[in-house]
Design a protein around this ligand. Sequence first.
Ligand code: FES
Length: 60
Amino acid sequence: MFACICRGVTEEEVHEHFDNGCRTLDDVGDRCGAGEGCGTCIERITEILGGRSATASSAA
Ligand code: FES
């Protein structure tokens, strides 16, 4: 499923960017451009990153 349709970035790719050190929307945008078009996806990408951060911190 696409997270960002403007840039053709899938949710899977957002997870991969998190795994590779991206922690913010800007980090992901720098990596693949997601969120830098219409902005519709910003909430979804922020949710994904927030969910991963919460999981990562509770696992630590
Ligand atoms: S859907 Fe991501 S910037 Fe438009």
